[in-house]
Design a protein around this ligand. Structure first.
Ligand SMILES: [Zn+2]
Length: 582
């Protein structure tokens, strides 16, 4: 979505300029929750570029350098901008409590408050497994339950593993800059406990020109390795450099900088790394490489002890043989369950031996659980989101069922012990809903075949196979799963058996999109888009998402929470903060 990114960046820059003119900006922002002992970059931006002698910065009335045990630096006209910057990089606060930060210049004082929390008294979990259904919304969960468990006389034939958990919360996902988040800043909130802005992760979005120089905040991967020597796993079916997996290790203003992100994976060295997106690991001269240098990151990982695998067969053969594993199974995203297991579309012909998320999770847990100090594993079913962007609900829901199967693997592991916190949550929602069923026994257009209320008869998908999937998705009575945000497109009310659809294509006017006529077949509904003309796919929504959890620490999830709370519960369950006498 390059177009959407450009729009979002424009909004960020103008609002930063507006606030900069009004007052000093202090990072971390007001109401930040900071884990005691976690590293963060403390920055104050002073508009008008005052000199060092004319500004004053205090934390609880004291010199920050004294409190944080590190010298400050001051940059006049940072990056040539009309502001000066006060910095203390890699700050740490060692005592929990409330901290009031004041920055004064030109007779104006800006003030923020931080809460530094400890984890004394936290429930002690040894391991945390965080499952992310990217973009997974209420309708995806409901449809997965219908297709996987069946629904008759208003009752389901069973429970999904993702639903059958004792604790639940609603999670709000907005970032620091806008009501609707993307996967970078929402996953960053889970991974760092700090909110960020669209396209950014592991940082606060300040006025720095260099994408890597914005104020950093420490990720849970860095924390558990530094403080505890725990193992870390990052597992996805998208490109490994994509926002959700990247936010486990990255500090950048721009999620699209894949080559920087590969470097950050290498710096943090999660013990298990699995996904697609191999081209950014190979040197520029290698066929298909997307690097702009001759660095060979596959070789670099191998040199520090990683086994490298690129097929399911290799993955299962290598199981447990090495302490560390890099698995890159596709040049792009790993194909979704509907294509891999049933329709053989997408890139299945080119990559016939890709693993399922359940294979990846099984191997990851096997390997990570060998560390006596415990592990943190993040697992993403990432194409729920991507297929929802392309208005392809069947593929999104088959990948929700795949997520459910992967969660079942983790629950089976945790069942034999009482030391593993399992969390299942989305990073943001899509505007999706189930409004009835389409019935092919009724003649007419998709609109005439749509049954609502009493006419929404139960769908007739065949009973799911042993893996929870119906063998046939193109049945005669199907869910009417609709999208609330869309470009101009034609809705056939039928699954896309020929592959993931492209709902809109470039129009004659530059930068606009029109319906892809390929789907404007007799009976289809031609919809006039409700999104700005520069968008060619559905967008995220600001709706809260559902979180379910089980294991030690899960009881801390309740009611409505901000996304940053997920980090706080994980670190509290792990008792991660260094112990203090207070
Ligand atoms: Zn998305």
């Amino acid at each position: 979505m390059p177009r959407m990114r450009a729009i979002c960046l424009g909004i960020v820059l103008s609002s930063a300029a507006a606030t900069g003119a009004a007052a000093q900006t202090i990072y971390p922002l007001d109401r930040a929750e900071i884990l005691q002992g976690a590293r963060f970059d403390f920055k104050v931006e002073f508009p008008g570029a005052p000199v060092a002698a004319s500004v004053k910065v205090t934390i609880n009335g004291e010199d920050p350098a004294k409190l944080l045990g590190k010298a400050s630096s001051f940059v006049e006209k940072e990056d040539g901008g009309d502001y000066s910057a006060y910095w203390i990089r890699q700050a740490v606060i060692t005592r929990p409590g409330t901290y009031t930060v004041e920055a004064t210049a030109d007779g104006k004082t800006a003030r923020v408050a931080w809460e530094v929390f400890n984890t004394n008294g936290g429930t002690k979990a040894k391991n945390v497994i965080l499952f992310i259904g990217d973009g997974m919304s209420m309708a995806h969960r409901t449809a997965a339950r219908v297709l996987s468990k069946g629904l008759a006389a208003g009752r389901y034939g069973g429970e999904l593993a993702i639903d059958d958990m004792p604790h639940m919360a609603l999670v709000s996902t907005s970032g620091t800059d806008s009501i609707v988040t993307d996967s970078a800043n929402s996953m960053s909130a889970y991974a760092t406990g700090h909110k960020s802005c669209v396209n950014a992760m592991g940082i606060y979005c300040a006025r720095n020109q260099n994408n890597l120089q914005h104020p950093h905040v420490e990720t849970i991967s860095e924390l558990v390795k530094r403080l505890r020597g725990m193992s870390v796993g990052v597992v996805t079916n998208t490109e490994i450099e994509d926002a959700t997996p990247a936010a486990m290790v990255a500090h950048t203003r721009r999620r699209a900088d894949y080559n920087d992100i590969v470097k950050m994976f290498f710096e943090v060295q999660p013990d298990v790394i699995m996904g697609g997106g191999s081209p950014n690991f190979w040197p520029k001269s290698a066929e298909g490489s997307k690097r702009n240098d001759e660095e060979n990151f596959v070789k670099k990982f191998e040199e520090v002890g990683y086994a490298f695998v690129k097929t399911r067969t290799e993955l299962l053969a290598d199981k447990g043989n090495h302490g560390k594993l890099l698995g890159l199974f596709n040049t792009g995203n790993i194909d979704g369950a509907l294509d891999r297991l049933f329709l053989k579309k997408g890139t299945v012909a080119k990559f016939p031996d890709q693993p399922d998320l359940t294979d990846q999770v099984r191997v990851a847990i096997d390997m990570l659980s060998k560390n006596d100090k415990g592990f943190v594993l993040m697992v993403e079913s990432g194409r729920i989101d991507k297929y929802s962007h392309s208005l392809d609900w069947e593929r999104a829901v088959y990948d929700t069922i795949m997520l459910d199967n992967a969660v079942k693997v983790a629950k089976d592991f945790a069942a034999t012990r009482n030391d593993t916190l399992i969390i299942v949550v989305a990073d943001h929602a899509h505007a999706v809903s189930i409004v009835g069923t389409y019935d092919d026994e009724i003649n007419g257009t998709a609109r005439q075949r749509l049954g609502t209320y009493a006419e929404s008869k139960f769908p007739n998908y065949p009973a799911a196979n042993g893996n929870g999937y119906p063998d046939k998705v193109d049945v005669s009575r199907r869910l009417a799963f609709v999208f609330g945000s869309y470009p101009d497109y034609c809705d056939t009310g039928r699954p896309y058996l020929d592959g993931e659809p492209v709902p809109a294509v470039p129009g004659t006017e530059k930068g606009t999109y029109v319906a892809n006529e390929q789907y404007c077949v007799p009976g289809a509904i031609r919809r006039t888009g409700n999104l700005p003309f520069g968008l060619n796919q559905g967008v995220h929504s600001a709706d809260d998402v559902v979180l379910t959890a089980t294991g030690p620490g899960a009881e801390l999830f309740r009611g409505r929470i901000d996304n940053t709370r997920v980090f706080r519960v994980m670190t509290t369950a792990l008792g991660l903060a260094p112990q203090t006498s207070q």
